[in-house]
Design a protein around this ligand. Structure first.
Ligand code: SF4
Length: 214
C-alpha cells in the first residue's frame, strides 16, 4: 500500500495501466513488490527493484522477465528452488534456504531509483533482514544492491568501514553477514556475456557453501 515515492508510484501505476502488447490481456500488479522465499533462509538474494513488466506485472520479484529466468534457473541448479522458472505467483515455485528481495519495491523509470527513493525504501529491507533470523549471506546483484545492503546493515548496527567495494565475486564481512557481489542478471549483462550462467551459479554455490547449506 506504500505511496511514499511519488515518482515511483506514478510510474508503477502508469505501466500497469498502459501495459505492453504481449501482456495486454493481463492484469498488472502495479504496486510495491514484496520479498519472496524461505522465512528460514540463510541466503538473501538482493536485486535493485522490480522490472516494469516483470515483477510489477506479476507481483513477485524477478518473476516474468528474462532476468528472472536466468536467476531462477541458476537457483534451481544450486538446489535453492524446486523448479527452474518463475512465471507467476501461483506457478508452484518454492524456495529452500533462500529469500529474494530488492532495495526498492517499486519499478523505477529506466531502472534507476534516486538516492532519496532508495533511502525511503530501505527500512523495508532492514525489517526483512531483521526478520530472517538464520541469515548468513547476502548476494548483491549489482553495485546498487551492494550499496543498499551495506546501508541496511549499517542501520541495523553493523557499519562497514571502510566501505567494501563492489565487484563480481567480491566478498566482505559486514557484522555477522558475508556479502557476496555478483553482476546483475540484466539483459544487457547476460546478452553481452558479462554475466554467464556458470558465473552466476558459481556465486550461488559459494553462497550455499558459506551459509552451511552444503
Ligand atoms: S519504492 Fe518503497 S518506499 Fe517508495 S513507494 Fe515503493 S514501497 Fe514505498
Amino acid at each position: 500500500m506504500c505511496r511514499a515515492c511519488p515518482r515511483l508510484v506514478a510510474w508503477r501505476e502508469q505501466v500497469a495501466r498502459e501495459k505492453i502488447a504481449r501482456f495486454a490481456d493481463q492484469e498488472y500488479w502495479g504496486r510495491p513488490v514484496p520479498g519472496f522465499g524461505d522465512p528460514h533462509a540463510r541466503v538473501l538474494v538482493l536485486g535493485l527493484a522490480p522490472a516494469a513488466h516483470g515483477g510489477n506485472r506479476t507481483g513477485r520479484i524477478f518473476t516474468g522477465d528474462r532476468s528472472g529466468d536466468f536467476l531462477y534457473g541458476s537457483l534451481h541448479a544450486n538446489g535453492f528452488a524446486n523448479r527452474p522458472t518463475s512465471v507467476s505467483r501461483d506457478d508452484g515455485l518454492r524456495l529452500r534456504g533462500v529469500y529474494m528481495t530488492a532495495v526498492n519495491r517499486c519499478a523505477p523509470p529506466g531502472n534507476r531509483p534516486t538516492p532519496k527513493e532508495r533511502d525511503t525504501c530501505l527500512p523495508f529491507l532492514e525489517r526483512e533482514i531483521r526478520a530472517l533470523g538464520d541469515l548468513r549471506v547476502v548476494v548483491a546483484l549489482g553495485a546498487f544492491a551492494w550499496d543498499g545492503a551495506v546501508r541496511a546493515l549499517a542501520a541495523l548496527g553493523h557499519p562497514a568501514r571502510p566501505k567494501p567495494r563492489f565487484g563480481h565475486g567480491a566478498e566482505a564481512d559486514v557484522g555477522p553477514i558475508r556479502l557476496l557481489g555478483c553482476y546483475h542478471p540484466s539483459q544487457q549483462n547476460t546478452f553481452t556475456g558479462k554475466l554467464t550462467e556458470p558465473m552466476l551459479e558459481a556465486v550461488l554455490a559459494r553462497a550455499r557453501s558459506l551459509s552451511g547449506l552444503g
